[in-house]
Structure formats: structure tokens, C-alpha cells
Design a protein around this ligand. Structure first.
Ligand code: DAK
Length: 255
């Protein structure tokens, strides 16, 4: 199977499984990723982890061997498929973590930046090399990258196509944590820093932060007020305050 969907303890795991092609994104792989995200949405997993098989690559981008001979209609359809598939991660009710265990290039980095958070091993190399193929990123890279690292850094990466090493990626905010190998174990340890919190409240927090990208401050503060008020109505907010006052660990129920 070019894309595997499995369960690792309390987490769902998508593994891009074409290590012989550095887990490149064929159209079929993109479709299978979409189906796997849907499966994660229907599961009781606390978070979704996304990684690549082998120790060399998370994903080396769109499958270049499929590029040739596409007419304009097919090219647009393929781009829309990638954009819509990765956008499923925005509306997924559980958080997602890209587990970058090597190269994350082009569409591979675009998949990683569509995840809520990113961890990477020391051998990770991240970039959008489309310019070297006479292209620009097409699966959301020109939009999500500047939102994460700022316009100047995104322009540098898009215009030079250079690869960023893991340490630099961490310093620019492109990844959230460096992890040891095996990367999935490191990602699980990271995900456990938030996965026991209330899932709906995690979602409100994600939504409020993500909405900050395209709203004026006053409107963003209104969104924050409403989502905070919503969180305050939940049983989990009562449990959190009670647990603090009773000097015990909270037991959130996702309500
Ligand atoms: N596609 C297909 N095969 C790939 C691949 C890719 N993106 N990346 C690597 N491979 C294959 C290699 O061909 C090689 O296969 P064999 O020769 O062994 O059969 C195998 O994986 C191992 O790769 P290398 O031998 O090259 O390994 P190295 O360690 O020497 O180099 C590398 C690793 C990651 C630096 C290198 O493989 C590399 O530069 N890969 C290509 C990176 C890249 O440019 N990715 C594509 C970015 S563009 C769209 C149009 C375009 C796009 C999207 C939509 N539409 C109009 C719909 C573009 C999106 C992109 O992602």
C-alpha cells in the first residue's frame, strides 16, 4: 500500500510508503492521503501523525515522473486535488503532527505545513525546490509557508529553492521540535504534551490562532471572545478549575 493508515497507541498514523521514490506524491498517493485523513476523522484517535517510510525522506514532493503531458485542465485538477486534500487537515477535529524524518520537499513540505504542528529529526532537509523545475509551489506552499515563517523567509525559500536544515527550520519556526530517531516515538512524546487536554478546547485554540492569519485585530479578538466563551460553557472548563482548586490532575472528558 503506498499509504498506510494505522493506530499507534492513542494516535492515528499515516505513513507515506514509497521509500524507493522517497515517498513522492503520485496522484494516487494524494487520493489515499485524503481517504486516510477521512479515516482519522472517523476514529477516536487523540491526534493524527503523518510520516514517511524509511529513514531518508518524509516526502520528496510531487512525483516528477507523472508531470509530463498534462494538459491545462488536468494540471489544474491535480493542483486542486492536492490543495483540497491538504486542506482537510485544517478542518480535522483532532490536531495533526508532521513527523519529518528526512527530506520534506515541495509537496512534501506543503503537506507538513498543512499539519497543525511539525517535528523533525536532525537529518531533515526542508524546502520548496519547484523553481528549479520551472514551477512554483501548488499545494498551498505560497500561502502556508509565509504564514508560518514570514514573507521574507518564504520568498527566500520559494525563489532560491534552497533546502533548510533541521536546526535552521527550528529557529525560523518552520518546525516546532527536534526529535531523536525513531521519529514517530519522538512525535508521540510531543503529542502527549497536549493530547490529554480537552479535544474541543484544543480545537477552539487552533481555530482562534489560525483565524488570526486573515482577520483584522478587532475581528480576531471577537472570534477569541466567542470561542473562549464557548470553552467556558464546557464541563471540561469546570473540571479544569475544580482540579486546580482540589490540587489534583484534571480528567477531561472532551465535553
Ligand atoms: N518524484 C519522483 N521520484 C523521485 C522524487 C520525486 N519528487 N524524488 C526522488 N525520487 C526518486 C529518484 O528518482 C530515485 O529513483 P531511482 O533513480 O532510484 O529509481 C529515488 O527516488 C532516490 O532519489 P535520489 O537517487 O535522487 O536520491 P538522492 O539522495 O541522490 O537525492 C533528493 C535526494 C531529495 C535531493 C533528490 O531525490 C531530489 O532532488 N528529488 C526531487 C525533489 C523535488 O524536486 N521534488 C518535487 C518538487 S515540486 C503540479 C505541478 C507541479 C507540482 C505539483 C502540482 N500540477 C500542475 C498538478 C510540484 C510539486 C512539487 O512537489
Amino acid at each position: 500500500m503506498p499509504v498506510e493508515f494505522t493506530r499507534v497507541e492513542e494516535f492515528a498514523l499515516i505513513t507515506l510508503n514509497r521509500p524507493e521514490a522517497l515517498n513522492a506524491l503520485s496522484v494516487q498517493v494524494v487520493k489515499d492521503i485524503g481517504a486516510a485523513i477521512d479515516a482519522a476523522a472517523g476514529s477516536d484517535a487523540r491526534a493524527l501523525l503523518v510520516t514517511g517510510a524509511g529513514d531518508k525522506a518524509f516526502c520528496a514532493g510531487a512525483d516528477i515522473s507523472e508531470f509530463m503531458g498534462r494538459n491545462i485542465v488536468e494540471a489544474m485538477a491535480a493542483t486542486e486535488l492536492g490543495q483540497k486534500t491538504f486542506a482537510k487537515l485544517d478542518s480535522l477535529t483532532i490536531p495533526s503532527v508532521a513527523v519529518i524524518n528526512g527530506y520534506a520537499l515541495g509537496g512534501g513540505l506543503e503537506l507538513a505545513t498543512a499539519c497543525t504542528l511539525r517535528v523533525a529529526t536532525a537529518n531533515a532537509r526542508l524546502g520548496v525546490p519547484e523553481i528549479k523545475l520551472g514551477l512554483i509551489p501548488g499545494y498551498g506552499g505560497t500561502q502556508r509557508l509565509p504564514r508560518l515563517v514570514g514573507q521574507g523567509r518564504a520568498l527566500d525559500m520559494v525563489m532560491t529553492g534552497r533546502m533548510v536544515a533541521a536546526e535552521e527550520a527550528l529557529s525560523m519556526g518552520l518546525i516546532n521540535r527536534l526529535v531523536e530517531t525513531p521519529a514517530v516515538a519522538g512525535a508521540i512524546a510531543y503529542a502527549r504534551e497536549f493530547a490529554a487536554f480537552s479535544l474541543p478546547v484544543l480545537r477552539y485554540g487552533r481555530e482562534a490562532v489560525m483565524r488570526a492569519d486573515n482577520t483584522a485585530l478587532a475581528e480576531g479578538l471577537s472570534i477569541e471572545r466567542d470561542l473562549n466563551t464557548l470553552a467556558f460553557q464546557g464541563e471540561d472548563a469546570t473540571e479544569g478549575a475544580n482540579a486546580f482548586l482540589e490540587k489534583r490532575a484534571p480528567e477531561f472528558k472532551d465535553r
